[in-house]
Write a protein that binds this ligand. Structure first.
Ligand code: AMP
Length: 396
């Protein structure tokens, strides 16, 4: 055995080429758009989730309906594919481990483990020197009271696990009843985060290959409504040095995680232009949807290239763009199916629907993207297109 550094590094695995079969754990819209991209490149895609007739299952080659906890079924699924990736990070660790007994899983289960629990994630970020808002673990009312005293109010109290889109989150103010807030955690472990007064929220979607190559999309700027992403615009309207710093932080995080695949870093930008990392997603992200219509390579193809070990594609933004989410609330407000033709009367607007049949409040049903010569115009056009979906909004 040689002692040379090159010999001690693990060899770069050979690429998984078009024609291969990819397995996806999770079956939502992210899996659907990944599958569409993968099929365009000539891959076959098998979907695994507990649900049937799913957004991803509708466009995949095979839709396997089984529980994530059914490890025998997971192993059998993995045996039928060349690689497993996921579109949903709340897959149990044991599930990704069972798949990894058969084929490569990318990103690795270790990345999933860190990013699926807020406390582990924030602790990892802090220990590696990445900027985060002060936080505390909350297991008792006494710990909550102490955190409120030491870190101050307002603050956010979140469940440590299984939270997304503001689910399991409470905003605490000096008027809040801390005992009631603690009870609302329902016995789950919590995380108390000092409230960040931010100027903007931004995200960086970036890919890292098995050979360590890295590529980040232009920084996205995100506006939320009731803690759910509402509108994203690219490029973010921030100084270039800040954008470069956001990408630098992202590259550092992907390297610290030794991640192979596509990872999203959500960040807050304070009025003094300090960046604080809010959250990581070990996958494609809602804020990256505009890459389908606005970038040379979309985030889903980039995820595919990264996990398969193909060269990463260009992340160049062809034109400024804005994306607006279409939640089930629109169907409720429209009293039925939204007016698609009215939205598409602007030829620069693209419609994406996820194949979900049941519109519910807060449920992501689809999105619109508009491209334009400036970010401001793209925002205006996508918002106007979304308003036209609901006839009563247009008449107002
Ligand atoms: P999250 O699920 O952690 O991404 O939170 C959803 C949204 O809630 C974020 O995008 C922010 O708009 C808001 N939020 C979450 N945590 C904080 C915080 N510590 N300070 C201020 N706003 C927050």
């Amino acid at each position: 055995m040689s002692d040379s550094p090159a010999a001690s590094r693990s060899p770069i695995p050979s690429p998984i080429l078009p024609g291969a079969t990819l397995g996806v754990l999770g079956s939502g819209q992210l899996g659907r758009m990944f599958t569409i991209a993968a099929r365009r490149l000539g891959y076959r895609v098998h979907i695994y989730s507990p649900d049937s007739d799913t957004p991803a299952g509708q466009v995949g080659d095979v839709e396997r309906v089984a529980a994530y906890e059914d490890l025998a079924s997971v192993r059998e699924f993995a045996s039928g594919v060349d690689l497993v990736t996921f579109e949903f990070e709340n897959v149990p660790s044991a599930t990704s481990q069972a798949a990894a007994e058969r084929v490569p899983v990318r990103p690795a289960g270790s990345v999933l483990h860190i990013t699926q629990q807020r406390l582990r994630e924030k602790t990892f970020l802090k220990e590696h020197g990445f900027p985060v808002t002060p936080f505390r673990r909350i297991a008792t009312l006494e710990e909550l009271t102490a955190a409120a005293r030491d870190l101050g109010l307002p603050a956010m109290l979140k469940t440590a696990s299984f939270g997304y889109d503001g689910k399991g989150q409470q905003r605490l103010t000096p008027q809040s009843d801390l005992a009631a807030a603690f009870t609302a955690l329902g016995g789950a472990e919590g995380i108390f985060e000092a409230f960040v007064t931010f100027e903007r929220e931004i995200s960086v979607v970036a890919a890292r290959s098995p050979d360590g190559s890295f590529a980040a999309f232009p920084v996205f700027e995100n506006a939320h409504h009731q803690q759910i992403l509402d509108v994203t615009v690219a490029p973010a309207r921030i100084p270039e040095v800040v954008a470069a710093e956001a990408v630098r932080i992202t590259q550092g995080i992907l390297e610290a995680l030794d991640a192979v695949g596509l990872i999203t870093v959500e960040m807050f930008l304070t009025p003094s232009h300090q960046i604080l990392v809010n959250e990581l997603a070990p996958r494609t992200h809602n804020s990256g949807h505009l890459t389908i219509d606005a970038c040379v390579t979309c985030q889903f193809e980039q995820q595919l290239r990264a996990v398969c070990g193909l060269p990463l594609g260009s992340v160049a933004l062809r034109q400024p763009a804005a994306m607006a989410n279409l939640l089930g609330d629109l169907w409720i407000e429209a009293g039925g199916v939204p007016d698609w033709s009215a939205a598409l009367s602007d030829p620069a607007v693209k419609l994406h629907l996820y194949g979900k049949t049941e519109p519910r409040a807060g449920r992501k049903m689809g999105h619109l993207t508009a491209t334009a010569s400036t970010a401001e115009e793209a925002i205006l056009r996508v918002r106007e297109a979304r308003d036209r979906l609901v006839p009563s909004r247009v008449r107002r």
